[in-house]
Write a protein that binds this ligand. Structure first.
Ligand SMILES: NC(=O)c1ccc[n+]([C@@H]2O[C@H](COP(=O)([O-])OP(=O)(O)OC[C@H]3O[C@@H](n4cnc5c(N)ncnc54)[C@H](O)[C@@H]3O)[C@@H](O)[C@H]2O)c1
Ligand SMILES: O=C(O)[C@H](O)COP(=O)(O)O
Length: 527
């Protein structure tokens, strides 16, 4: 049974799903060193934001097949290292959207009405009404930085509260923003005009300290800022100074540059207009059930050899799409392997052409499967669907894609052309029925061959006696021929012959095959 480590608190429903297929160890208090020590034992790990999967930790996880993040942000996972090691990284992109958006609205209302401070005062024995006169959000301007899933829900709710919404998101269309009742504008306009600013961006190099002293300076006096996205998008020193100077009227932070927030952090010292929560955005019963089910199901599926639906480092496939594509993925992988072996030396370019009904399908998984096949002779089990593209890129293999829905020889077919140090080779394959794989052309010679483990291919002149001479040669070396096919474009012209053989070709025999009169080239293929 595979082993799964759960290293952050995850809803029991997720553990139950994992237990269907794996031995599950829940260890939520591991130090980074302890994690590195035990990670080699595990096939999968399920985490939240608490566990840091650094390069060193992932490299220690020699047997890891999948990292499951029960939540959205994968900034605590070194995804490039996981990808290079062929480890799928999955998350739950939508499971906690509503929870995080509602926490944001709660933060905005709490900032406006001093609810946490008033509560603390009352419980401290006071009846102080004067200190806690708030402001209304109605008719105020809310600036949303990042109008993705959470930002969009915040916009919808804020609109219903009567707010004017400005949004900054360079990757979004103005039409999408308008549909949400938001005006898409430049960052500077949001900063200058908003009464409230809320962040819903990923943490990236560009968003690091997006809110810094210079940007705080151009904001409206008394602006209130909410960050339920990621620590580090706001410069914490700059914002603390802006609170102290009165430039900023209030801040509500759920996330911090360092988590857990240091005991001695200056943020803890600030007054009633500063609200801090310990990364609670996703902490609702509903969200925790959603993300646990979402991610545990993906870990279970990957351990069973099925695809993940929301992988961040390979194209995720819905089960129905995967069912349809699966035989084509096998076909593409076989063809990639075949064309790579025919090409022999270094391959510089691979063209993947999708023909017939498959031409309108999602191409990326098929391209990845072809690359996996192409690289398998060199990399063996080191290459998989996760790292095939990156391995190909690192080897300088340029991939092009074309589509031709008009090809009707078979319902759907895949044509691969490899250019490399030893010239150009091409192969085509199709499905017979729903899933039987056939090689249907080699270097544009039409054939119809079911691929087998060992094959011998010749390029030769179509002339009497050549098949007999090849048959006798193999017979003399005790190589059994299972089937044979010849493909030619014209009588007595160039031809290709494919022999399915039961045994590997003895060493040295290929040279003798090439020396048969009329044979111009020969290849041994092992699939
Ligand atoms: N506090 C929590 O517990 C909690 C819970 C869930 C998500 N999150 C965090 O909230 C953030 C948003 O999550 P989401 O699910 O809405 O993500 P999302 O991917 O749906 O939305 C992010 C949006 O940010 C935009 N964006 C990216 N780079 C940008 C840039 N440089 N400037 C402006 N916009 C940019 C994208 O175009 C996208 O529309 C993430 O950082 C996520 O990790 C926090
Ligand atoms: O990115 C997320 O999903 C949130 O930050 C939630 O993090 P958590 O799973 O640690 O609550």
């Amino acid at each position: 049974m595979p082993k799964v480590l759960v290293s952050d608190p995850i809803d029991q429903v997720g553990i139950d799903i994992l237990s269907q297929v794996a031995t599950v160890d829940v260890k939520t208090t591991l130090s980074p060193e302890e994690l590195i020590q035990i990670l080699p034992e595990y096939d999968a790990i399920m985490i939240r934001s608490g566990t840091k999967l650094t390069k060193e930790a992932i490299e220690a996880g020699k047997n890891l097949k999948i990292i499951g993040r029960a939540g959205v942000g994968v900034d605590n996972v070194d995804v490039p290292t996981a990808t290079r090691m062929g480890i799928v990284v999955v998350n739950s992109p939508e499971g906690n959207t509503i929870a995080a958006a509602e926490h944001t609205i709660a933060m905005m209302m709490s900032l406006s009405r001093f609810i946490p401070a008033a509560n603390q005062s009352l419980k401290g024995g006071k009846w102080d009404r004067k200190s806690f006169t708030g402001v209304e959000v109605y008719k105020k301007t809310l600036g949303i930085l990042g109008l993705g899933k959470i930002g969009s829900h915040v916009a919808t709710v804020a609109k219903a509260l009567g707010m004017r919404i400005l949004a900054y998101d360079p990757y979004l269309t103005a039409e999408r923003a308008e549909k949400l009742g938001a005006h898409l504008v430049e960052l500077e306009i949001v900063l200058r005009e908003a009464d409230y600013i809320t962040l819903h961006l990923p943490k990236t190099k560009e968003t690091h300290h997006l809110i810094n002293a210079d940007r705080l300076a151009i904001m409206k006096d008394g602006v209130r800022i909410i960050n339920c996205a990621r620590g580090g998008i706001i410069d914490e020193v700059a914002i603390a100074d802006a609170i102290k100077s009165g430039k900023v009227g209030g801040i509500a932070l759920d996330v911090f540059e360092n988590e857990p927030l240091e005991a001695e952090s200056g943020l803890r010292e600030l007054g009633a207009n500063v609200i801090l929560t310990p990364h609670l955005g996703a902490s609702t019963e509903e969200a925790q059930t959603n993300v646990a089910v979402d991610v545990a199901e993906q870990i279970r599926d990957v351990l069973l050899g099925l695809p993940a639906r929301s992988a961040v480092n390979i194209p995720g496939l819905r089960p129905d799409v995967w069912q349809k594509l699966k035989p084509y993925l096998q076909l593409a992988e076989m063809l990639g392997n075949l064309v790579g072996q025919l090409a022999g030396g270094r391959v510089d370019t691979l063209n993947v052409k999708l023909q017939g009904e498959i031409a309108n399908s999602e191409s990326q998984p098929i391209v990845v499967a072809a690359l996996k096949g192409l690289l398998t002779p060199a990399l063996r089990e080191r290459v998989n669907f996760v790292n095939a593209s990156i391995e190909a890129k690192e080897r300088g293999i340029h991939v092009t894609e074309t589509r031709d829905p008009s090809v009707e020889d078979y319902s759907g077919s895949i044509h691969l052309t490899a250019h490399g140090s030893q010239g150009q080779q091409s192969v085509t394959g199709a499905l017979l029925g729903k899933s039987e794989i056939r090689i249907t052309s080699i270097n544009d010679f039409p054939i119809n061959v079911a691929p087998t483990h060992y094959m011998l291919l010749t390029l030769h002149r179509d002339m009497p006696g050549i098949i007999g001479r090849l048959g006798s040669l193999l017979g003399n070396f005790n190589v059994n021929i299972a089937s044979m096919q010849v493909g030619r474009r014209m009588v007595r012209g160039e031809a290709v012959m494919v022999l399915n053989i039961d045994d590997p070709l003895p060493s040295g025999l290929l040279d003798e095959v090439v020396h048969i009169q009329g044979v111009t080239d020969a290849f041994v293929v092992k699939l």
